[in-house]
Design a protein around this ligand. Sequence first.
Ligand SMILES: Nc1ncnc2c1ncn2[C@@H]1O[C@H](COP(=O)(O)OP(=O)(O)OP(=O)(O)O)[C@@H](O)[C@H]1O
Ligand SMILES: [Mg+2]
Length: 391
Amino acid sequence: MTTASPVRILLVEDNPGDVVLIEETLAQRHGAFALESVERLSAALARLSIGGIQVVLLDLTLPDSDGLATFTTMHTQVPDVPIVVLTGLSDESLAVSTVRDGAQDYLVKGHVDADLLGRTISYAIERHQVRRQLKSSEQQLRAALEQVRNLNQDLERRVAERTSELAAAYKELEAFTYSVSHDLRAPLRHVSGFAQTLAEEMGSHLSPTSRDYLERIQQGAVQMGVMVDDLLKLARLGRQPLNPRLTSLTEIVGAVIAELESEIAGRPVEWQIRELSAVACDPGLLGVVFTNLLSNAVKYTRPRDVAVIEVGETTRDGERAFFVRDNGVGFDMRYADKLFGVFQRLHRTEDFEGTGVGLATVQRIIHKHGGRIWAEAMPDRGAAFYFTLNA
Ligand SMILES: Nc1ncnc2c1ncn2[C@@H]1O[C@H](COP(=O)(O)OP(=O)(O)OP(=O)(O)O)[C@@H](O)[C@H]1O
Ligand SMILES: [Mg+2]
């Protein structure tokens, strides 16, 4: 005996004999089922609209509807109630079509015993529930997917917005740097010009201290002139479009070394130049990169009896990286990020001349190529500069 409440069935059947047959068959299951029956489709729809029916047993041939339309009409109007179609032997294929269109199952009249009927009804209800759950999970999944898609679009839009804001700010900053450094040149020329004139006209009347002051003004003006020029070059670099083509870096390095000869001025330098890959890059700008890195290597190895300067290629984190290494004075890695800032220097001008724009320029060029640059060094143990290129 089952303690659960009976399954409520609506039988739609106009043949009284068949109704009795079903009634009697179900009665053998002792209260597991509560049967109501109607003869017409219209009556069935009216009953279903009230609710409470868990499964419909549907004969397709009714006084007010016939064939597949009987099933389709009911299924469209009450999609949430499972339907088991009742059919005669002769139109079993019709019943099969209803299953294809969404009926839970079909039974052939006259071939139904209590077991089959009970099982068919239970399975129909169960399958229908599973299908409904699946459908609602699918809907939830679709909604979640839609949400992810929206979030993604939103994110992309925001990234694009920020990128263009950043690009605009960067451009503005560059324009500012350019115009400031450009406009500083004229007053600077005045300072050094008039200091020069003053020295020429009044030099002999001035005390040694005053002459020293005047000299310092001139030196200051010259130094500032170099800084302004470097800044201007840096700003121009930012505006210059990238002109990449397949380039032999070995050739570039050779040309740069030849140009550095005058700076080396007979000092013993041991060059260890490895063959470098040909890469897509802007050859002019890579010339600027190697000029800065190699002239730094030459400069910061000056205290060495023999400078050893190496140029090569290696792999870092799966990426091809080029490097320039020297056995010079090196630096403390604590300040390694500072090196690439404009006017940032780790050595005193008295020891090593320079304005501190070289590495800022190099970094800008490498970033323009989609690469990165970093340094590895130790005080008094030399320095190495690595960079990658992605252009
Ligand atoms: N090979 C190196 N060995 C040791 N220190 C270095 C080396 N290269 C750069 N540095 C440090 O990094 C600082 C920044 O280098 P950067 O090339 O930008 O400027 P700079 O050489 O001083 O001046 P310039 O603008 O003339 O190049 C240097 O002042 C120096 O302290
Ligand atoms: Mg330099």
